[in-house]
Design a protein around this ligand. Sequence first.
Ligand code: F6P
Length: 236
Amino acid sequence: KRTIWITRHGESYYNLDQRIGGDPPLTDNGKKYGVALGKFLKNYYVERKSEKKCQKNKQIMEGKLARTYSSPQMTDDNFGTSGNEELINVWTSTLRRTIETVESFDEQHFAVVNIKFLNEIYAGIFENLTYNQVKERDPVEFKARADNKLNYRYPGAGGESYVDVIERLRPLIIELERMECDTIICTHNVVMRTLVVYFLGLELKEMPNLNVPLHTVYKIEPTPYGANLTKYFYDV
Ligand code: F6P
């Protein structure tokens, strides 16, 4: 039994004013999330493993993460597939905000790989603008996207649609399906929506507006007929 963890990056400066795409750094809150996430996962994989016992409702993270952490499925037998000595895979995009989110992860336990397929939807000529700026500059394009968000492709070289992102994620999903060990994925809004819809078997039409909040890590345990989902929220 393996687990796939999926999270968006910590809060970035562009999240503060609803700016699209770009390559902004994290805010202090975003950095705090990264540190808390690293501790939480280390605790999950390393310290709890050696405790040899399931402890329910333990406050896991220093700071205020995961206020009530309950782990009903956790026993010695199903506790991930990695022993203490093995490194746990961490996949990020190649954008600064995901790389910074896992920056504090302990190298002794986590192996970080940066993968371009995990980058956010590319918004072409609208990269780095706010939604309001797009609406003002190009109301026709703005409306076209609102009318058909799934198929709408951003104008400009390299501009993508949700469908394009789904296509580029195919090989990565195949790889994830084949993997026998646990994987931690730190990515972006649209990519996370796509992966969550795929693994939970949700409807495609839900994808463009699925709420995948910042500072929340999803633990997905695939089963033969779907997946179990547990969400852990970090309250900065
Ligand atoms: O706002 C953060 C962000 O990741 C943007 O970079 C991206 O364009 C957007 O979310 C995607 O969400 P939506 O498809 O709802 O505009």
